[in-house]
Design a protein around this ligand. Structure first.
Ligand code: 26V
Length: 807
């Protein structure tokens, strides 16, 4: 039976009444939202059950994507879209007198991630289900997601993200599937029947409770699972002892310490800190996830030799790399396998994705910390390390000198990337350049030992969310032009290429962009009271705040324009709106200073009579998935200006091109592949190449000071930072000044300034020629199909996982 507004409206009315005792007139948006979820679940849950049953019956190989982060955002529109009911619900809500957008926005973002790595995991889940592949997520149900950002006097202030304050409508608690995870204690080794046996004593028990979230495929009946683990205590697991007096207080201490484990997401992105609670979180995810998978496996299969044929454990960065020794522990101690058997299985089951080469982001844990928290795993890691080093010594004499640098344990630290590489059958980077850097530089000796393990999987994004859902009018124009095949097969977007010069399509696409800008302008006016020109070039820099992402370079261009406008009030500058969205890690002082500077510059620029009609700067507070969804459809220019070699891939670059923005970018990450596809004339490339960056670093021949002294534009900009121009209390700007001059500008901002300014001038010149701009924009959309996560996931499925669709 196909539903219509006439059949859906009474169902919704009935749900409001039975669940909330409200009539349509009385119901709040939140109650309407919750009723929609309840209705949706009535169709999702049976399909969920059937999908899982099918996997069991077909004995399908299944993938588990282990990740400390899943940055889902809202699910209501995705689930409606994938069920083919989004328009139906929108029409029904309108007919009942509700505003669909307001109702959908009742759902709070699930912000269980920092940035690219977590959002990638969410896109992958969407693609797995939409391609009907047996693949699931394993994560942590943090009580607090990434902090909410407020801007107070231009400064970032962090507030807790209480995303569970209303019920989370999509999750189902599965108490009956709880798992016990053990921390600390001691290991006693004994000989029994000629075998070493390990007894674990005096450990702390933590109960892991899974909360399952259904992941609905696009217009198919596949529903996979995202399993999020929550740490809970129970009185059952605490041994009350009447002879001890203070048990109640002991119990409360224990309860607090347990519940802390899944309390909050660490807000550090690309920066490693050896926090003990973070390490506990990692083991909690790994142990609970793995035990639950193996429990299922054992029910169905007799022999563990089958494990690599039936299960893949894909780890998202090194954060879950304790899965290697944990799998060994279970196979050795619980299942009684020999080391050789267990290692053969482990090595064929785990696969590792690397997402960064920044040395400050590579995890290394102090040996003592691992030993205290996981005494048995520590023994196992030691053994893995011994065997690995021995193998190097005998099989790779040419690498002998490098053994200390390659060892898993060295100088008191455990190197998680080394553990992950030694224990995995696949090691992949996330864009071609990044993978080449791994193979030829950062992980070079490992590539000599394990050449067959290294492979590239260029990232992707789900075009269903990032085009179809966030930009329905653009999607309609595309469909009108090339038909709707692209929705299921995004590579068909290529057919747009031959329409790139078509005046009608250009005009329609320009109209859509303008409408999207008007919507964004209204939002900005409502939120910040800033009026932006909806005819201006909308220039967007949205991503985590980090030195290497160079928001500062963008800002230097803005200050340069500001200076120019003041010097020459009649300067003919095409109006531009610069939009920033970025959270800084709370302890990352430099990044916070940059936020303060963006806001201080915005204040000046937006109010100066000679500047404000030409340049506007908006710092959008609390950048998160749902804010990206508002900004991206309105963007003309996509800022992808990282120091070459530092951005592993980037995925915002893909979202923006898919919505018709043109990229101004360095030869970094996936920008390289974007340029290859769209052609050099349809992207604005500038700056040092990664090879040039490496060579400056190697030779130590970059002198930032020379650029300050020799380029009067740079000097003029930088002097404004230290002469109280932007604020009368500008210690934070002095800090920026010093990091450029006295710390020699680690990220080559000054070095790339000149070529960035030229590229920005080319942007403006091209924009003035609208038909040329629109042609480029259409070509970008046409080539964005390659960057769908469907393509990425198909490559993982074929080359790494060896899994097939289950229809
Ligand atoms: C690292 C750490 C270190 C320990 C503390 C918490 C924490 C949280 C996140 C990270 C992740 C750093 C790696 C990362 O996010 N890489 C990004 O991955 C994206 C998806 O592959 C990619 O597009 C970005 O270029 C890359 O920076």
């Amino acid at each position: 039976m196909t539903m219509t507004v006439q059949t859906l409206a009474p169902l919704l009315t009935e749900k409001l009444l039975s669940s909330f005792g409200k009539t349509v007139d009385e119901a709040t948006n939140k109650e309407v939202f919750q009723s929609i979820c309840l209705l949706m679940k009535e169709s999702i849950h049976p399909n969920w059950q059937t999908t899982q049953q099918k996997y069991v019956e077909a004995e399908s190989k299944q993938v588990y994507y282990f990740s400390m982060e899943f940055l889902l955002g809202r699910l209501v529109e995705t689930n409606l879209l994938n069920a083919g009911e989004l328009d139906l619900y929108k029409d029904t809500l309108s007919s009942m007198g509700f505003n669909p957008e307001e109702v959908f926005h009742e759902e709070l973002d699930a912000g269980l991630g920092n940035g690219g790595l977590g959002r990638l995991a969410a896109c992958f889940l969407d693609s797995l289900s939409s391609l009907q592949l047996p693949g699931h997520g394993m994560g942590i149900r943090y009580k607090y997601g990434l902090f909410q950002q407020k801007v107070v006097d231009g400064h970032q202030v962090e507030l807790p993200d209480n995303w569970l304050r209303d019920e989370y409508m999509w999750e189902t608690k599965r108490e009956e599937k709880a798992i016990e995870v053990r921390f600390g204690g001691t290991v006693e080794t004994t000989y029994e029947d000629d075998k070493l046996v390990f007894h674990h004593h005096d450990y702390e028990r933590v109960l892991a409770i899974p909360y399952d979230v259904p992941i609905v495929g696009f217009e198919n009946k596949t529903v996979n699972t995202l399993r999020l683990w929550s740490a809970e205590s129970t009185t059952n697991h605490f041994h009350f002892n009447s002879s001890r007096g203070h048990d109640y207080y002991h119990y409360l201490d224990y309860k607090r310490s347990v519940e802390k484990i899944s309390e909050f997401l660490y807000p550090d992105d690309s920066y490693y800190e050896g926090k003990i609670l973070r390490l506990k979180q990692q083991y909690f995810l790994v142990s609970a996830g793995l035990q639950s998978i193996l429990r299922r496996f054992k029910k169905q299969y007799k022999c563990f030799d089958l494990l690599p044929e039936k299960i893949v454990l894909q780890i998202n960065d090194t954060h879950p790399s304790l899965i290697v020794p944990e799998l060994m522990r279970i196979l050795l101690d619980d299942e009684g396998l020999s080391w050789e058997q267990a290692w053969k299985i482990t090595e064929k089951t785990v696969a590792y994705t690397n997402h960064t080469t920044l040395s400050e982001a590579l995890e290394k844990w102090p040996e003592a910390m691992i030993e205290d928290l996981f005494p048995r795993l520590y023994m196992i890691i030691h053994e893995i390390n011994e065997r690995f080093c021995k193998m190097l010594w005998f099989d790779f004499p040419e690498l002998r000198e490098q053994i200390p640098a390659m060892a898993i344990i060295s100088y008191g630290n455990i190197h998680m990337a080394h553990l992950a590489m030694v224990g995995s059958f696949s090691i992949n980077g996330v864009a071609r350049l990044h993978t080449d850097i791994l193979k030829n530089r950062v992980m070079k000796p490992f590539n000599i030992v394990y050449p067959d393990r290294f492979n590239n999987k260029t990232n992707g994004i789900t075009h269903r969310r990032w085009l179809l859902n966030v930009n329905p009018d653009l999607a309609d124009e595309i469909t009108k032009t090339i038909g709707d095949q692209w929705i299921k097969k995004p590579e068909f977007l290529k057919n747009l290429q031959s329409f790139a010069t078509n005046p009608e399509l250009q005009e329609n696409i320009a109209k859509v962009k303008h409408e999207n800008k008007k919507k964004l302008a209204t939002f900005i006016k409502d939120q910040y009271g800033i009026t932006i020109n909806d005819q201006s070039i909308v220039d967007v820099h949205i991503k985590r705040l980090h030195g290497y992402k160079r928001q500062l370079l963008n800002l230097f261009h803005i200050i340069y324009l500001y200076n120019q406008c003041i010097e020459n009030p009649s300067l003919d500058l095409y109006p531009r709106t610069f939009i920033f969205g970025a959270k800084a890690a709370p302890g990352y002082t430099f990044a916070k200073h940059v936020i303060k500077l963006i806001n201080a510059v915005a204040e000046k620029v937006n109010n100066h009579p000679h500047v404000r009609d030409k340049v506007k700067v908006v710092f959008m507070e609390n950048y998160q998935v749902s804010l990206a969804e508002r900004i991206i459809p309105a963007a003309d220019v996509s800022e992808q200006i990282s120091t070459a070699s530092k951005e592993a891939s980037g995925t915002g670059n893909m979202k923006l091109m898919m919505n018709g923005a043109l990229t101004i970018g360095t030869e970094d990450g996936a920008n390289v592949e974007i340029r290859e596809r769209v052609g050099a004339e349809n992207i604005f490339t500038f700056g040092l190449s990664s090879e040039e960056v490496f060579s400056h670093q190697h030779r130590g021949d970059y002198r930032a000071r020379d650029y300050y002294n020799n380029d009067s534009r740079i000097k003029q900009i930088m002097d404004l930072l230290v002469n109280e121009h932007f604020s009368n209390d500008d210690v934070e700007f002095k800090d920026i000044f010093y990091s450029l001059l006295f710390n020699n500008d680690e990220y080559f901002v000054l070095k790339d300034f000149d070529s960035y300014i030229s590229a920005q001038q080319a942007v403006e010149l091209t924009y003035r020629n609208q038909s040329s701009w629109l042609q480029k924009s259409i070509i970008n959309i046409a080539h964005s199909g390659y960057f769908s996560s469907d393509r990425t996931i198909q490559q993982y499925a074929k080359d790494i996982w060896n899994i097939k669709p289950q229809r």
